[in-house]
Design a protein around this ligand. Structure first.
Ligand SMILES: [Zn+2]
Length: 170
């Protein structure tokens, strides 16, 4: 699973169980190189996966339209089909496809789930996700099966709550 929103998340599960790893909470997928022409992140990388985050998108959109815009404004413009917002969604989806290809080429999952609070933007251009994937994956390799989940904060909270309960009674 790859998540996009205020940050970039990644997790792997095998036979229905999450793969455990001591460093998994350190944001290992946060600075994966994705776009040689992408924006520079706070750590100085050009076009790393930070470019998928809401703050970075707001900044990139502001530069494109020539005045300060929030992430919400970008999202609203994208949903309304504004040309420049669509252009940035296109980039976002291609970069997301690149991340999915990179992760899948190493982890070899049978399916990739996309979620996170801004994953609704990924629905606007699945074609660019596919293009991003195929740009970084051998053409003979099987197509990657991906699905964009309906994101719901309640699921997020319930998952955390369930873990807390399990720890307490377990
Ligand atoms: Zn970075």
């Amino acid at each position: 699973m790859v998540t996009i929103g205020s940050g970039v998340g990644y997790s792997l599960s095998e036979n229905g169980r999450p793969v455990d790893y001591p460093d998994k909470s350190y944001g290992l997928a946060g600075h994966v190189p994705l776009d040689p022409e992408g924006p520079r992140c706070y750590a100085g990388h050009i076009g790393c996966s930070q470019c998928l985050t809401n703050d970075s998108l707001a900044e990139e959109y502001s530069t494109m339209i020539g005045h300060l815009a929030s992430f919400q404004q970008f999202a609203d413009d994208a949903m309304a089909g504004e040309a420049q917002a669509k252009q940035l969604v296109n980039k976002l989806c291609f970069r997301l496809g690149t991340l999915i290809a990179t992760a899948s080429n190493f982890a070899m999952p049978s399916k990739v789930l996309i979620s996170g609070e801004s994953s609704f933007l990924a629905r606007l251009n699945t074609e660019s996700i596919r293009n991003g994937i195929s740009w970084y994956r051998p053409s003979q390799a099987a197509k990657i099966d991906f699905e964009i989940l309906d994101f719901d904060w309640a699921d997020w909270a319930e998952a955390a709550a369930a873990r807390a309960i399990a720890r307490y009674i377990g």
